[in-house]
Design a protein around this ligand. Structure first.
Ligand code: OGA
Ligand code: MN
Length: 290
C-alpha cells in the first residue's frame, strides 16, 4: 500500500499512513516534507525505531540541534547526544532519566529562546502511561488568520521576548538565575508574526507565556495584550489532542505550532525520545521584504 494522508483537524495536523520510517524511500520522504510544510504536525502510528533509526529519519530534514538545557541539564541516552529524553522514570540512583517529570507541560514551542530556533522536533513513544499525558497541538497559522484585526494591529511589526529561564514544566533550567523580569531573562527577540519560510503564510509566534513581553508597551499593557492573544490562540477550534499509542511518532513544525502536555500519574512510566532539527534561517517578520 502507498503513502496516504488524513488531516487530523481543520487547523493542524495530518496522519501519514503506509510508511515505515526505518526504511523510507526518497520519494516518500519528499511527500512527508511537503505534508509537514502544509499541515505543520504529522503523526505516524505503529513505528518500530531504534535511536539510530530515529536519528537517521531526523537527519533527512537537516542538521540536528543538541537537546535543550533542562532542569537537570542535557539528558541523553548513553552514546546518543542528539537524542533528548522526556521521561518521569528514575534510574538506580533515583535520578530522572529525562526531563519534564509527570506534571503538566504548559503551552510552548521548542527552544524559541535561541536566535535560530529548531525548525522541527519529533517525539517517539517508547513507554506510555495507561491514561493521561496527552499532547496537544495548536495551529498557529489558523490562529493567526483568525486573529481579530484590532489585536493583530497591536502586535504586528513588533517583537516578542522568548524566555530561556524556565521550561514548560515550570522548572528552572540548570545554571540559570531565576527571574520574572523579561528584560533581565536570557532568551531571544522574535517577530510576533512570522513569514513561514516554506509556505510564505503568516504565523503567530508566541513561544511561551511566562516571561513573555511585547516590545514598545509597558509591562502591564504587554501582559494584558498577551493574555488576549493567548486566549484567542488556545481556543478549541485551533487544537488537536493526541492520545498516544506505543510506536507513535509525532513530528511538528516549531514555527507554525505550539504544544502542551497533560499531567499523568507519577507512579506510571512514560518514556519518549526526541530529536530537534536545527533551524536554517532566523525567524523573519511577515510583511517585511527579505
Ligand atoms: C517536547 C515536549 C511533551 C510531551 O518533547 O518537546 O514538549 O508530550 N513534550 O512529552
Ligand atoms: Mn516541547
Amino acid at each position: 500500500m502507498g503513502i496516504t494522508l488524513r488531516p487530523l483537524t481543520a487547523a493542524v495536523g495530518a496522519e501519514i499512513s503506509g510508511v515505515d520510517l526505518a526504511r523510507l524511500s526518497d520519494h516518500d520522504f519528499l511527500a512527508i516534507e511537503r505534508a509537514w510544510h502544509e499541515h505543520a504536525a504529522l503523526l505516524f502510528r505503529g513505528q518500530t525505531l531504534s535511536d539510530d533509526d530515529l536519528l537517521a529519519f531526523s537527519r533527512r530534514f537537516g542538521e540536528l540541534d543538541p537537546p535543550p538545557n533542562q532542569e537537570r541539564g542535557r539528558i541523553s541516552p548513553p552514546g546518543y547526544p542528539d537524542v533528548y529524553v522526556v521521561s518521569n522514570v528514575l534510574d538506580q540512583n533515583g535520578d530522572p532519566i529525562g526531563a519534564l517529570g509527570a506534571g503538566e507541560a504548559s503551552w510552548h514551542t521548542d527552544m524559541s529562546y535561541l536566535d535560530t530556533p529548531p525548525d522541527a522536533s519529533m517525539l517517539y513513544a517508547l513507554e506510555i502511561p495507561p491514561s493521561g499525558g496527552n499532547t496537544w497541538f495548536v495551529g498557529m497559522q489558523a490562529a493567526c488568520a483568525a486573529l481579530p484585526a484590532e489585536l493583530r494591529k497591536k502586535i504586528e511589526g513588533r517583537r516578542i521576548k522568548h524566555d530561556g529561564t524556565y521550561n514548560s514544566g515550570g522548572y528552572l533550567r540548570k545554571g540559570v538565575t531565576p527571574t520574572d523580569d523579561p528584560h533581565a531573562a536570557p532568551g531571544a527577540w522574535h517577530p510576533a508574526i512570522l513569514k513561514h519560510p516554506a509556505n510564505g503564510r503568516p504565523t503567530l509566534y508566541l513561544g511561551r507565556r511566562r516571561n513573555s513581553y511585547v516590545e514598545g508597551y509597558s509591562a502591564a499593557e504587554s501582559a494584558k495584550m498577551l493574555d488576549e492573544v493567548w486566549a484567542h490562540t488556545t481556543q478549541p477550534r485551533f487544537l488537536y489532542e493526541h492520545t498516544w499509542r506505543l510506536g507513535d511518532l509525532l513530528l511538528w513544525d516549531n514555527r507554525s505550532t505550539m504544544h502542551r502536555r497533560d499531567p499523568f500519574d507519577g507512579a506510571a512510566r512514560r518514556i519518549m525520545h526526541r530529536t530537534q532539527i536545527k533551524g536554517t534561517v532566523k525567524p523573519i517578520a511577515f510583511g517585511v521584504a527579505a
